[in-house]
Design a protein around this ligand. Sequence first.
Ligand code: PEP
Length: 231
Amino acid sequence: MILAANFKMNHTRASTRAYLQRLNSIEKPAHIDLFVFPPFTALDSYESIATIGAQNAYCAESGSYTGEIGLAQLREFGIETLILGHSERRHIFGESQELIAQKFAFYKEQGFTIFYCIGETLEVKERGEDAIHIYLQKQLEGIDTSYDKLIIAYEPVWAIGTGKSATPEDIEKILAFLASHTDAPLLYGGSVKPANIAEILRIPRCAGALIGTASWDVESFIEMIQIAKEI
Ligand code: PEP
């Protein structure tokens, strides 16, 4: 099982260090792989029971890409795990599928573990299941879904940061659809919290959760780890 904390643009270097120190004070359940994705300025070579990853990176070793970080900056801290295609990158920062696929190919070549995010908008959801399938398939264009270090996070855009998770029935249907296209572990993300994580982790084919808001408080993340331990 996988539990991943996406800090987004939250936490500083100091608070990330304190967070990881507290996380290290628990015993990591053997069957749970933990990941933490701090903002760029808080990346470091931490001793941690969680694997540290980056929330995004440009597809180059280094170069003239103002405001970006690349492979050289990740290597400095031994980072080999990356989120790509997060809906906030797609919808707020306008990342195209073409760019995301280029990043994917570059970091796949480097052997990175890639948390690849896909998910439909509310407008697409309201058009029904076929529309959702077509939309998700487009988000897989140019992505090697047989890559052995690929983890797919299904994150419906309307459920991210809204407090409103998708229903277990809807998640189950989408995960079944995705499983017909890939053998990659499938996560759910979108308002996962201590109150709903148990039912989400019990959904068939659900290999874990990518958690934003409810992971920022380390006690809340630990609570979810303890719940997951029993599943
Ligand atoms: C996310 O950003 O990946 C996410 C799932 O956020 P939240 O848990 O806040 O919905």
